[in-house]
Design a protein around this ligand. Structure first.
Ligand SMILES: Nc1ncnc2c1ncn2[C@@H]1O[C@H](COP(=O)(O)OP(=O)(O)OP(=O)(O)O)[C@@H](O)[C@H]1O
Ligand SMILES: [Mg+2]
Length: 267
């Protein structure tokens, strides 16, 4: 059986006048249905470029991206649009919610392309928003929500069409660590309950290393592809949570001592 996603010798070269940027330099990997994977690497290493190619938002300069057994490079614009709407859900760091629409309307919007009537779209959107704990925010607009709530709306929007694949580029990048962890938990739940394949880009090694698989990209090439069992990943996640909590406690103590010193100086 073929893999859900196969990336073969993928290159992306951006031409900027006389100069060339080799954002990806021959990346190859496969992802199976139901995998939970992170992509890590320094800024500028090519993570977003890689995600954009997998999500068919852009085309590689060279190489192949095969999704569901079909080479996306051979597909027409119409077929690609269909693949993006039916098979892939996107989540971004900056949420990309439509400001003039309510939470419910934002989640209903992509369902328009699924041939559902308005009542069915509403029902489906409410169901996923309830799962994200947002049932009492349906008529709010994005600017009336916290960062964590906005990201949960974005995840609801990405999952409402029941895609096989979720691509999340720095989904916790704009969130504090506790909110980031709860967003990560949601991804784990979606992966476990629905069998959705999840690929997330993160700078946070605590999040990246707690995924069962982690690909490291450096200068447009894969320099590590690390897999661990679900149990090991869970243990790693708990260790990371403990480590973060300790760091946060230390920081709070240091801030308190500083405040005490300042108060003492004023007496
Ligand atoms: N549209 C573009 N035109 C020209 N160069 C680009 C374009 N998009 C990305 N690049 C370049 O390609 C390289 C990889 O960029 P990419 O956005 O994939 O990095 P990244 O790993 O996602 O970084 P970050 O962690 O900062 O988001 C960078 O050197 C970047 O400057
Ligand atoms: Mg990026």
């Amino acid at each position: 059986m073929s893999s859900l996603i196969t990336v073969e010798d993928m290159w992306k070269i951006y031409s900027m006048g006389d100069t060339e940027v080799q954002a990806l330099r021959g990346i190859s990997f496969s992802v199976e249905q139901g995998e939970f994977m992170s992509i890590m690497g320094p800024s500028g290493s090519g993570k977003s470029t890689c995600m954009n190619m997998i999500g068919c938002l852009d085309t590689p300069t060279k190489g192949n991206v095969i999704i569901n057994g079909r080479n996306t490079l051979d597909m027409s614009e119409k077929e690609l649009a269909h693949l993006r709407n039916e098979t892939i859900g996107f989540v971004f760091q900056q949420y990309h919610l439509l400001a003039n629409m309510t939470v419910l309307e934002n989640v209903m919007l992509p369902l328009r392309y699924q041939g559902l009537d308005i009542e069915q779209r509403k029902e489906r959107a409410i169901e996923v928003l309830e799962r994200m704990g947002l049932q009492d925010r349906l008529s709010h607009r994005p600017n009336e929500l916290s960062g964590g709530q906005k990201q949960r709306v974005a995840i609801a929007r990405a999952t409402a069409s029941r895609p096989k694949i979720i691509l999340a580029d720095e989904p916790t990048g704009a969130l504090d660590s506790a909110t980031g962890r709860s967003v990560l938990e949601l991804f784990h739940e979606i992966n476990e309950k629905e069998g959705t394949t999840i690929i997330l880009v993160t700078h946070d090694s605590g999040i990246g290393t707690s995924c069962p698989r982690c690909i490291h990209i450096l200068d447009g090439q894969i320099n590590a592809d690390i897999r661990k069992s679900a149990e090991e990943a869970k243990l790693e996640e708990n260790r990371n949570i403990e480590k973060k909590a300790k760091e946060e406690n230390k920081k709070a103590e240091a801030e308190k001592s500083m405040a005490d010193i300042k108060e003492g100086a004023q007496c």
